[in-house]
Design a protein around this ligand. Structure first.
Ligand code: NAP
Ligand code: MG
Length: 410
C-alpha cells in the first residue's frame, strides 16, 4: 500500500460505541490509528447510556441483530445501569446489562485471551503462551432461584412434565432449622452450542481444548456437560483435531487448576459459567493487567463480536472530566478492533486487511517493549530502572508513529 492511499474494507463492521473513559479512548483509537489508514464501512450503533435510555434499550437489540446480519462487530465498554447510574444520568429505569442482552441474542460463548508482551512477565513464570478461556455464558447460578429457609421443613426439587406424566421429585434436605436452598438449570442445546463454539475456537486458534467440570460429585448435572462435550468431539471434531495435531482433554476442575500452573500455556480452557467468571479474572491479573485481556463473543452461527474485557474505567473518566490527563491503557480496545479487522479480512478473503491489523498489533506491542507504556503497566514492567508512565494520548501517538513507518515500508 502506498502512503496516502487508504485500504478499503468493503464489507460492513458493526460498531457499538459505549461509555465514559472507554468512549474517549474509542474515538481516539479510531481517529488516530484506524481512519487515517482504512476506508471502513461502519454500521454505527450508539450504546451510550443516555441513548439506550432514549430508545428504551432498542438500540442494543438492533445492534446485536446487526452483528448477526453482518457477521462481525466491535463493542466499546458500556455502563451497566444501577441505582447510582439512574441518579447520575436521570434514567427511566435500571436497563439490563447490554452484554447480557447481546449474549442472549447471539447465544454466544465468550472467549478471553491475554496479550503477551516481553517486558510484562506473567506472575507465573511457566506461562510462555496465552491461556485462552471460554466461558459458558448461560444458566447455572446466574439464573438461579434461591430460598432462605427460616423454620424446619422439607426442601424438594420437582420437575412437572408438560405432557401430564408423573412429576419427578427428589428431597434436597429435611431442615431441622434455618438454612438456604438453591435451584439451577441448564439445557442440552446451550451446552452443545457451548461445546461447538469451544471446538471451533480451538481449531481456529490451533490450540488444544481442555474442559473441566466436577462430574465425580455432580453425577447428573456436571456429567451431562462432560458427556455432551465428549459426544460433540467424537462426532464432529476428532478427525479434524487429530489431523491438526490438536488434543481434547477432559478432567476435573480442581485437577485443571493444579495442572494449568505447570503448563506453558497455549491452550483453551473451556469453563462452566461460574468457573469462567472467576478464572478469567484470576488469569487477567496473573498475566499482568485487565487492559491486556482481549474478549470475543462467538455465536454458533459463526458471528464474532470483539471487545475489551475491562469496564468503562470510571475513575479515570471523572479525572478526565475535571480536565486532568490520564494514563489509561487502550491496548484491549486496539486489539478489539484488530480482532474484528482480522476476522473481516479472513471472511472476505482480503489478507491485506488482516495484515494491516497484524501490523497495528505489532506496533502496539513494540511500543510497550520499547519502554513507552501507561501507568498500569509501568508499575509492573520488568526493567532495571523505574519507568515513567506516559499519558494515553502520547501512547496512542507513539503507536501511530510506528504504524506509519510500517505502512511506508510495505
Ligand atoms: P473497570 O472499568 O474495568 O475498572 C476497574 C479498575 O481497573 C479501574 O479503576 C482501573 O484501576 C483499572 N483499569 C481497567 N481498565 C483499565 C485500563 N484500560 N487502563 C488502566 N486501568 C484500567 O471496572 P469498574 O470501574 O468496576 O466498572 C466501571 C463501569 O464499567 C461500570 O459501570 C460497569 O457496569 C461497567 N463494566 C462494563 C463492562 C463491559 O461493557 N464489558 C465490563 C465490566 C464493567 P485504577 O483506577 O486503579 O487505575
Ligand atoms: Mg468476574
Amino acid at each position: 500500500m502506498a502512503s496516502g492511499d487508504k485500504l478499503k474494507v468493503i464489507n460492513p463492521i458493526v460498531e457499538l460505541d459505549g461509555d465514559e473513559m472507554t468512549r474517549i479512548m474509542w474515538a481516539m483509537v479510531k481517529d488516530r490509528l484506524l481512519l487515517p489508514f482504512l476506508d471502513l464501512n461502519l454500521k454505527y450503533y450508539d450504546l451510550h447510556i443516555k441513548h439506550r435510555d432514549q430508545t428504551d434499550d432498542n438500540v442494543t437489540i438492533e445492534a446485536a441483530k446487526a452483528v448477526l446480519k453482518h457477521g462481525v462487530g466491535v463493542k466499546c465498554a458500556t455502563i451497566t445501569a444501577n441505582k447510582d447510574r439512574i441518579k447520575e444520568y436521570g434514567l427511566k429505569q435500571e436497563w439490563k446489562s447490554p452484554n447480557a442482552t447481546i449474549r442472549g441474542i447471539l447465544d454466544g460463548t465468550v472467549f478471553r485471551a491475554p496479550i503477551l508482551i516481553k517486558n510484562i512477565s506473567p506472575a507465573n513464570r511457566n506461562w510462555k503462551k496465552p491461556i485462552h478461556i471460554g466461558r459458558h455464558a448461560y444458566g447455572d447460578v446466574y439464573s438461579n432461584k434461591e430460598i432462605r429457609v427460616s423454620v424446619p421443613g422439607k426442601a424438594e426439587v420437582v420437575f412437572t412434565p408438560d405432557d401430564g406424566s408423573q412429576p419427578l421429585r427428589q428431597t434436597i434436605q429435611n431442615f431441622k432449622g434455618p438454612g438456604i436452598v438453591q435451584g439451577i438449570h441448564n439445557t442440552d442445546a446451550s451446552i452443545r452450542s457451548f461445546a461447538k463454539a469451544c471446538f471451533t475456537y480451538g481449531y481456529d486458534q490451533k490450540v488444544d481444548v481442555w474442559f473441566s467440570a466436577k462430574d465425580t460429585i455432580s453425577k447428573t448435572y456436571d456429567a451431562t456437560f462432560m458427556n455432551i462435550f465428549y459426544e460433540e468431539y467424537e462426532k464432529n471434531w476428532k478427525s479434524k483435531f487429530e489431523e491438526a495435531d490438536l488434543k481434547y482433554f477432559y478432567t476435573l476442575i480442581d485437577d485443571v487448576v493444579a495442572r494449568i500452573v505447570k503448563t506453558e500455556g497455549g491452550l483453551l480452557w473451556a469453563c462452566k459459567n461460574y468457573d469462567g467468571d472467576v478464572m478469567s479474572d484470576m488469569l487477567a491479573s496473573a498475566y499482568g493487567s485487565l487492559a491486556l485481556m482481549t474478549s470475543a463473543l462467538v455465536s454458533p452461527q459463526g458471528c464474532f463480536m470483539y471487545e475489551a474485557a475491562h469496564g468503562t474505567v470510571q475513575r479515570h473518566y471523572y479525572k478526565h472530566l475535571k480536565g486532568e490527563k490520564t494514563s489509561t491503557n487502550p491496548m484491549a480496545i486496539i486489539f478489539a478492533w484488530t480482532g474484528c479487522l482480522k476476522k473481516r479480512g479472513e471472511m472476505d478473503g482480503m489478507p491485506e486487511v488482516s495484515n494491516f491489523a497484524q501490523n497495528l498489533e505489532t506496533a502496539a506491542i513494540e511500543t510497550i517493549e520499547s519502554g513507552i507504556m501507561t501507568g498500569d503497566l509501568s508499575a509492573i514492567a520488568a526493567t532495571d530502572e523505574a519507568l515513567k508512565p506516559v499519558y494515553m494520548d502520547d501512547f496512542i501517538d507513539a503507536i501511530k508513529d510506528r504504524i506509519k513507518q510500517s505502512v511506508i515500508n510495505t
